[in-house]
Design a protein around this ligand. Structure first.
Ligand code: SF4
Length: 666
């Protein structure tokens, strides 16, 4: 890229007003109607402003600078929501101020982008959550925890840029000085910045570190990649093998591309880029009439259209929606992103990025796969790499023989209630799963464990590839055993590799588990439930619970029920939704579709569906009780009801019983 690029001036001045996000709605209203508050003032600033409050989920159906109409629409001050559409933009604010933990929650980049499009150039808060702060930096919004800057910002006096870069590492400092990740990357491509080298000290490495070292970019312009070793804390860039995004993210990344790179420019190596229509395929079946009447459905459908248009322009493979029949209603998708990447594209040792927190799914065959934000995806289309700070590693060893009704999902619910994990010590780490109980799992089941590294809050999760992976690649990809085995070369942790912690689990001690509503970490053995929990819905689907191995489990339980003269309980609505057309074909070949039909379960074409509160199987009332094979049960995740997480066996057995029970193998 030859675009002229330079660092920001050494001093910055602001010419807008300061918006204090206070706890008192009246104070906010005064500012929106033109009054500037004295600072400091007696009233409290709002703490814990989440990205959900900055841009509620339905606002994220917008993906361009229209977002500037909406920042803080979900912000609660006292018991009110004082900020209305357009009021921040119309107020001429350049700076937004709040209290503790600004930007917590979801990693959605729509939040700082909405603020930026409304005119906000600097965010000040007592402390600022990491991902939100990085997203601000990537977009070129300045951040600070120094409240003494407020008067200087307000008076328009020049402020040294170093006030906004102090304490940051070399790469972050450069990103801020160039005004965002894109401009920084252009400077990298032009050789105007240098990235600090990885560690020179020879050291034993974990598997995750080895894969990162193989992909470490040493010279972007020359395309040189690979270092002998990396160590936790090293900052740099790693070259990707696969980059993918879904319809919630691709359109906004596409807008960035068109505005900053150019509509006629082509993404680098489009064969390694994939787009997916999976999250909102069935949204119109669940969106309220009120929202439809306000035009939100039309806005959400534009996400699909923009992604299709950009994929066609760029020659990028889109796993899209199935053609709609004459009724115009959706019938499903080709695949959920994670399922397809593992089924058809990832290989052992790959480095994969995706616009979704469950991207570690592909770690089941020994990839380092992790989720990134909108700006990082867009930049990866240009540079093919992604910024990284090498995390520490945690080993999770599951030993022993698991009982026949204990699955990978039960292993993960046990991991999630482990005090080390529950207290947040594994957040941002590389998880490496091992032990004979993990080795005994199929690749599909291993993917349940790596997928749910997201629930741990980990950077990624992966498993050393072995003969099971060779069999998987031979069966699913048609590779010869020798060819498949060659991909495993060098993919083992060094015997003396350093782990920050080793969590030991004895699989033979486990029994089928559920997570009580509210959090995947609320794990309990099913037989410890104090009372009978009647259920209204049983849902078997999602990237976690709709692979071929999961379908085997549902079908096995349902077949046994049919053989005993039982069907889905009369009070229960049961849904089985596969994760890809390939899984559907497998179900057809195995005769599972008939079993699901005969037992009384509704079979649905692939999509994220109920997992993201957008499809058959969601709840509509707080009293509704659901048992589900999905991966997370945060409030509202699949409707307002109470959502219990369980394995496919437990989900299917409960659908038959009408209440939560473990499946007992015959
Ligand atoms: S199925 Fe659920 S968890 Fe998986 S990608 Fe879709 S929304 Fe995310």
């Amino acid at each position: 890229m030859q675009a002229p690029i330079q660092r920001l001036p050494s001093e910055v001045a602001f010419d807008g007003r300061v918006l204090f996000l206070a706890d008192d709605p009246e104070l906010i209203r005064k500012q929106l109607t033109g009054e500037d508050l004295e600072w400091p003032f007696d009233a409290a600033l709002r703490d814990n402003i989440s990205t959900d409050e900055i841009t509620p989920a339905y606002i994220c159906y917008y993906y361009d600078d229209t977002l500037g109409e909406f920042p803080y629409l979900g912000l609660k001050a006292g018991t009110e929501f004082p900020i209305t559409r357009g009021s921040v933009k119309d107020g001429g604010f350049a700076c937004s101020v709040s209290g503790k933990r600004r930007g917590k929650g979801s990693s959605r980049e729509q939040s700082p982008y909405a603020e930026m499009c409304a005119g906000i150039r600097v965010v000040i808060a007592e402390n600022i959550e990491r991902i939100y702060r990085e997203n601000c930096q990537n977009l070129g919004i300045l951040t600070s925890t120094d409240f003494s800057l407020i008067e200087r910002i307000r008076s328009g006096v020049p402020i040294p840029l170093t006030e906004f870069t102090k304490g940051e590492g070399a790469i972050t400092r450069d990103i801020i000085e160039f005004g965002g990740l894109f401009k920084y990357n252009v400077a990298r491509l032009q050789g105007k910045v240098s990235v600090p080298p990885a560690t020179q000290d020879k050291r034993p490495m974990t598997l995750g570190e080895k894969i990162l070292a193989r992909h470490w970019v040493t010279d972007l312009a020359l395309g040189e990649v690979g270092v002998a070793q990396v160590a936790p804390g090293d900052e740099g860039f790693v070259q990707t093998d696969l980059r993918f995004s879904h319809e919630y993210v691709t359109p906004m990344s596409a807008i960035f591309w068109e505005e900053l790179v150019g509509e006629d420019e082509k993404v680098v190596d489009p064969e390694s880029v994939f787009f997916f229509r999976d999250h909102l395929t069935f949204l119109e079946l669940t969106m309220t009439d009120e929202r439809k009447a306000s035009g939100l459905l039309d806005v959400a459908l534009q996400l699909k259209e923009k992604q299709e248009e950009f994929a066609a322009q760029q020659g990028v493979k889109l796993y899209g929606e199935l053609p709609r029949p004459s009724s115009g209603m959706p019938v499903g998708s080709e695949a959920i992103c994670h399922s397809k990447i593992l089924e058809s594209h990832a290989l052992p040792g790959y480095l994969v990025i995706g616009s979704d927190s469950h991207t570690p799914h592909a770690g089941a065959i020994g990839c380092v796969a992790f989720g990134v934000g909108t700006t990082a995806i867009f930049n990866s289309w240009l540079t093919k790499d992604v910024r990284i700070k090498v995390p520490g590693s945690v080993r999770i060893r599951v030993a022993g023989a698991a009982p026949g009704n204990v699955t990978a999902k039960d292993f993960m619910l046990e991991v999630l209630r482990n005090p080390y994990v529950k207290n947040g010590h594994a957040i941002g780490k590389i998880l490496e799963y091992s032990g004979d109980a993990v080795a005994a799992l199929s690749v599909d089941d291993r993917a349940t464990m790596t997928n749910m590294a997201a629930e741990v809050g980990a950077f990624t999760g992966l498993i050393e590839p072995d003969e099971k992976v060779v069999e998987f690649l031979s069966r699913e990809r048609g590779m010869s055993a020798a060819e498949a085995r060659s991909t495993l070369e060098g993919l083992a942790a060094d015997p003396d590799a350093e782990y920050e912690e080793t969590i030991e689990i004895d699989a033979s001690d486990l029994r089928p588990m559920i997570a009580l509503p509210g959090d995947p970490g609320n794990g309990k053995f099913v037989d410890e439930l104090e009372e009978k929990v009647k259920i209204d819905i049983a849902y078997g689907g999602s990237c976690t619970g709709a692979k071929k191995a999961d379908m085997d489990m549902y079908a096995r339980v349902f077949k046994e029920a049919l053989d005993s003269g039982n069907t889905v309980h009369a009070d229960v609505s049961c849904f089985i939704q596969c994760s890809s057309q390939e899984v559907k074909r497998y179900c057809e070949e195995q005769g599972y579709i008939e079993i699901f039909r005969d037992v009384g379960a509704e079979f649905i074409e692939p999509s994220c569906g109920a997992c993201i509160n957008a499809g058959r199987g969601v709840s509509y009332a707080a009293e509704t009780v659901t048992i589900s094979a999905i991966n997370r049960n945060f409030p509202g995740r699949s409707g307002p009801g109470q959502l219990y997480l369980a394995s496919p066996y437990t989900t299917a057995a409960s659908a038959i019983a009408g209440h939560i029970v473990a499946w007992e193998p015959r």
